[in-house]
Design a protein around this ligand. Structure first.
Ligand SMILES: [Mg+2]
Length: 335
């Protein structure tokens, strides 16, 4: 029997600490508040080697970026406060923040020293309850470590991450399932984590600048342009609805399950949808009845894997696994 659609929509948080290294330094040294702070290599009055590892929002407003050569930062902003990184401190604060996040998640994925994905589906009453719960997570981190974070909330990881990027600092942005397509469509493709300048250039040449344009681009054409990278990118832009096993295996003796399995599922599902489109394109030219039937079957399979028009219209029962390459509850595009 099909469970209510609402119960199968995942609620995913992307939690990202705001200017993490700098915020930790400021907590230790309150006189740095309001200053342009740059954490990284020793600038040696402009002769230093190495890069900016992190910088305050004040420094960002004056053109400093992480990854920039420290010598260039010095030329732009010689009067900023330059600090060497204190890895031990950042590491221990990070562990404490991650402990708080882990306590608040059904499924926890540690993404980097200051970022994590949380699947909080069982802890909130759909997207209506997600705002209050996200506020509670933010308050818990502030209480434990005195630090601010931004949370993006969405039915899948890629959208949650984009939402948190847009809401920084100290923000909270919820993208409900029915809003995902409209939310993503006008954004530049570079908002997708992992799309760098090179990919963006290739896409731009093909007339694709926004995620909406990317979603409308034929899968086979994208594969020609980007090769293997097309698969995950196409999946994100199309909002392919990954059907993952979270409902089947949520927790093992208090140990949260991991997202890795979902990513594998996403890749499989996305590849299959792409194959289907390519085969469909070839069959469209055929007029015989066997080809027509095959085409219909392929279309039905593809519709089942990627029901984009209605994000709550999911196929397959909860807990159902494998076989057709999908199983369990409905999820969203991962990565
Ligand atoms: Mg961060």
């Amino acid at each position: 029997m099909k469970p209510p659609a609402e119960s199968r929509t995942r609620v995913i948080f992307h939690v990202d600490m705001d200017a993490f290294y700098v915020s930790v330094e400021r907590r230790e040294h309150p006189h740095l508040t309001g200053e342009s702070v740059i954490v990284g290599a020793d600038p040696k009055e402009g002769k230093g080697r190495g890069v900016v590892m992190a910088c305050s929002y004040e420094a960002r407003a004056l053109g400093i970026r992480s990854g920039m050569p420290i010598s260039l930062a010095w030329r732009k902003l010689p009067h900023a406060v330059y600090l060497p990184p204190n890895y031990d401190l950042y590491g221990s604060v990070s562990e404490s923040v991650m402990d708080v996040l882990r306590e608040h998640a059904d499924i926890f994925e540690h993404l980097s020293i200051d970022e994590a994905f949380l699947d909080v589906t069982s802890r909130v009453n759909g997207f209506d309850g997600a705002v209050d719960y996200a506020r509670r997570v933010k308050a818990a981190i502030r209480e434990r470590e005195g630090l601010a974070c931004t949370i993006g909330v969405a039915p899948n990881k890629s959208t949650a991450k984009i939402a948190s990027d847009l809401a920084k600092p100290d923000g909270l942005l919820v993208v409900r399932p029915e809003e995902v397509t409209a939310f993503l469509a006008p954004l530049p493709v570079t908002r997708i984590s992992g799309v760098g300048t090179k990919t963006a250039q290739i896409l731009e040449h093909a007339g694709v600048r926004t995620i909406g344009q990317l979603a409308a681009f034929p899968g086979a054409g994208l594969k020609k342009l980007l090769g293997r990278n097309a698969v995950w990118l196409w999946g994100i832009a199309r909002g392919i609805r990954l059907i993952e096993a979270a409902a089947a295996a949520p927790m093992h003796e208090g140990k949260p399950a991991r997202f890795d399995a979902f990513i594998m599922h996403l890749d499989e599902v996305t590849r299959r949808v792409m194959q289907l489109e390519i085969e469909e394109a070839a069959l469209k030219k055929e007029k015989d009845s066997a080809s027509r039937e095959r085409l219909e079957a392929l279309r039905r399979e593809r519709a089942g894997l990627a029901p984009q028009a209605d994000p709550l219209n999911v196929h397959g029962g909860a807990g159902e696994e494998g076989g057709s390459g999908r199983g369990g509850a409905d999820g969203g595009a991962g990565i």
